[in-house]
Design a protein around this ligand. Structure first.
Ligand code: GLN
Length: 249
């Protein structure tokens, strides 16, 4: 079994390493025709504007849109989430092309710049339960986006409360998360819509493979690509110790 990983820029090596720890092969995707060799795809974090320029250069957008539309499982992490969103705010002048399909509005740099990156404990019982471990996840947010609005088809998997002193970008356009006093209370950071999974944080930068297991299971259940079940036992644990990921920009 193999899972495609869009390998234009960002943390694709870390996703491939996480898949390897589960005994699943990650295939680097850089050209439209390579998408035909896989039946599920991870779009990594990185820098969405750069990634969009590279995707345009390689004429990948039509094939990526077709992949999503055909109902093949796709997981976007961070910049990958931005790529999948129907609408993004806080973009650079001139905007950027998106794949779209995920009925939501994201703010590209909701939490601010690189130095405002942070870690948080998030609760996603449905996914945490998959390997009988802790009920929460350590989530790494790096210049992270947040989901401001979702359509009716979108299942919210996780949100985080904003501390009253937490700085967020001043150019927010959505009022949906505001209370009467105008202060933001919480934002969505993980969603699922049919074949699409999206997280504003980076599970590939932790040793915790539960999100990858969950996605591999989605791929298996779609019946189009996964034949092995994900496992963290035995030889994979040895591999897991060896290649703890390092974020790549
Ligand atoms: N870690 C990330 O993927 C950051 C994404 C970044 N906010 C962007 O616009 O692309």
């Amino acid at each position: 079994m193999a899972v495609g990983v869009l390998a234009l820029q960002g943390s694709f090596n870390e996703h491939i390493a996480a898949l390897r720890r589960l005994g699943v092969k990650g295939v680097e995707i850089r050209k439209p025709e390579q998408l035909q060799s896989v039946t599920s795809l991870i779009i990594p974090g990185g820098e969405s504007t750069t990634m969009a320029k590279l995707a345009e250069y390689h004429n990948l957008f039509p094939a990526l849109r077709e992949f999503v539309t055909m109902g093949k499982p796709v997981w976007g992490t961070c910049a990958g989430l931005i790529f999948l969103a129907n609408k993004a705010t806080g973009q650079k002048t001139g905007g950027q092309e998106l794949i779209g399909g995920l009925d939501c509005t994201v703010h590209r740099n909701f939490f601010g710049s690189q130095i405002q990156s942070f870690e948080a404990e998030i609760s996603v019982p449905e996914i945490a339960a998959t390997e009988g471990g802790l009920p929460t996840f350590r989530a790494i947010f790096i210049r992270a986006p947040a989901i401001l609005e979702v359509g009716p088809e979108v299942e919210v998997l996780a949100d985080i409360s904003l501390a009253s002193d937490k700085k967020v970008n001043s150019d927010l356009t959505s009022e949906s998360q505001e209370d009467n006093s105008g202060s933001l209370k919480k934002v969505i950071v993980a969603v699922k819509q049919g074949n699409m999974l999206a997280t504003a944080f980076h599970p590939e930068l932790t040793a915790d493979t539960r999100w990858h297991s969950y996605f591999v299971k989605m791929a298996s259940e779609a019946g189009i690509g996964a034949s092995n079940s994900a496992s963290t036992s035995g030889e994979h644990l040895e591999q897991q110790k060896k290649d703890l990921p390092v974020f790549q920009q």
